[in-house]
Design a protein around this ligand. Sequence first.
Ligand code: BGC
Length: 868
Amino acid sequence: MTPCNAELMGKFLRGLLEHFRLPSSHRSGLLCGFCLGNRPLGRMASRTSSAEDARAGLSVRTAAACSVFAAGLVLWAPASASQAAQPITTERSATKSTQSSNAQLADPKIDERVDRLLGQMTLEEKIGQLVQYNDTGDSPAAGGEQGSGDRNNQGVIVAINPVTANHINSQQLAATGRLGSMLNTIGAERTNMYQHLAVDKSRLHIPLLFGADVIHGFRTIYPVPLGLASSWDPQLVVDLSRMSAEEASTAGVRWFYSPMVDISRDPRWGRTTEGAGEDTYLGVAMARAYIQGYQGDDLSQPGHVAASIKHFAAYGAAEAGREYNTTDMSEITLKQIYLPPYKAAVEAGAATVMSAFNSLNGVPSSANPYLLRKTLRDDWGFNGFVVSDYTSIMELINHGIALDPATATLKAVMAGVDVDMMSHFYDTQLPGLIRSGQVPMSVVDEAVRGVLRVKFATGLFERPYANGPEVTAAVPAHRPLVRKAAEESLVLLQNENLAGGQPLLPLSAARKKIALIGPLADDAREMTGAWGGAGADHDVVTVRQALEERSKQLGGALVYAKGTEIESTSEAGFGAAVDAARDADVAIVALGEAGTMSGEAGSRAYLDLPGNQQQLLEAVVATGKPVVLLVFSGRPLVLDWAEKHVPAMIEAWFPGTEAGHAIANVLYGDVSPSGKLPMSFPRAVGQEPLYYNQFPTGRPATGIDLSQPPGGDTRFFSRYIDVPNNALFPFGYGLSYSNFAYGDVKVSKNSIDLKQALRAGTAPLVEATATVTNTGNRAATEVVQCYVRNLGASIEQPVRSLKGFERVTLAPGESRQVRFRLSFNELSFYNIDSVPTMEATRYTVWIGGSSLADQAATFNVVSSAAAR
Ligand code: BGC
């Protein structure tokens, strides 16, 4: 194995350790048997150890320098970016879909090939296609000691890692046709080795499908998906997704466990970082864009990969934001708020779907026929295959709906889970279930068909091996795009005028002496956040590196003082940080979370700055020097103190490989920030779940000063006694270095005939327009947003819902009319029978720069009788 591959494997093995929970006996001494001899690759951060320990244990990531490989390589160039968001289709009708979701998978030629192959397969080979494991190294995964938690009280293995607990030998399985796909096995050498076993040695030569968690970049890393959603730029997402597919396919990966399209309204849930946030309409646009980017129009093209929509369904509504927790919701909320992004991704042709860990209304998603058969296949016409989430079939036992592996398997396969990721249940249980007649052969055949269809459609039989030359480092030619993505993801939360009337940002060239403070200012690893692909730390440009470059160019001076760690109680570094600030013209303070504090198993009950970072911030602010706060986080944090005391603030999320350059470009004004929040930022954790499109109440606190404690006639309203109801920074909010004015908000009709509306299909029913003007003195981009409220319906409707958006770039003084076409898709709602409909109601439409847009127009939907 080349050093490049060693690093690549090291990164992903660490991923395995982090995300796939090898038992404790394997944490500290995992040896890479591939090429590194006995050098430990990494160790899992113990769940109880500090984040510092975790980082120290993972610091082998910088081992190899492989950038030569990628130097000068141009894999891909972005299509010309159309700024306008595509019209969004949500649920069209409740009737069954007669169409297959992916035309390529429905090709009769593929079906013929599938049938021919299926006809030759033994039961063992069929089941093999439904089995997925990770790389067990060059020998069977050592069982080691089983942790006490590995068996339940019936003696059934419910290990967090069944591969080791059961001594699985993936290589042997591949060579004998008993393995269909692999997860997080990457690197051309490793995947090709496995592929040769499958293709050369197994009886029917069926290639393996290699899937991986490439979530926001493979080698060249772009912002975490929540950051990317802040761009409100679906074309950018298409371009980035295509780029990462190109990169990863050179390492043998042909299937991404992405996009995560779970709507998340509660930032306590760490996985909010992996999705597009709280809004359905934005989530739909982003979901489509990812699929288009990964799969293109033709799955078989080199450099295209199959997508897996996850986690089906409603995982983002985990109660209290606690990971893997139950979800429970009305069918209307499910259909109106949570399902549309999955549906949009299915309609865009997603080849696979991942069934979620959570239960939904009492039925675990990985054994849920309502979700996996009725909704996905019958209603939406999905014709790809469903893979379980990691051990989620085994977890049906813990959910309490199966007492033994056979029942768990029966429930999962009959519900429509085709592939068993890591549970080691399908291979052990399906033969018996088929013999006993509990699982009909036709069910297994259908599942195998699904897998083979995807393998044929992706061209895996023709091109089973990695699509070389292998990309082993961030690709220089891809940096401009990921830099643009990082720039567009930054959200300017605050930018106050200082004495003299000028806002603090962009930084004036006169501020020559800069104090750069904080644990995130020079930490390459943390810039890539959760699921950082196979990115290498040494490829990342930190804020310190970029600002030092700048400062040199401008003839300034930069003093860096870390101040504290991300999670620390020591104030030993405070003195140097305060001294640096005192001596500077401006202090730039980079604070926030570690990447591992969000993502899977990253739930938090407190949403403030971790450790003693808040105290550090207060100490720096106390110097009286102007402070710019850069917040790095995988979720909205509580920034109420900062909002009151820090003049300039940027939410930076985790920006990726080009973090430093993007931030420097925005700080110095080369780029005006245009990001808008895809999630509401709370004032206090107790407000969660806090989202802008809430339902109205019978006692709205309209017109009451909620910053004051209630008294007398201000008490009996829907309010808190200790915090205002609203978000500190609302959904859709974000400042620019310019200013935009809205005017002339109009609708094309005052009334729409109900009958016609119900028959109109996707044709626009009404157009809403507004004029937006750049009133500032520099060119800048604004995300124009259109919100709708529907009053008078049989089911109460949200106080407002996003129904359109468009990125508009305007020169100083320039005006443009922006137009939103509202059709049944945008104006309908689910009625008491869970059917999308419209009624004779009144609509208000707002157009503006955030969910607080205040300029509106109204129209009515009238029944024919009234219209006459
Ligand atoms: C996560 C999925 C991921 C899978 C495979 C699971 O723990 O929930 O999002 O795709 O592991 O890595």
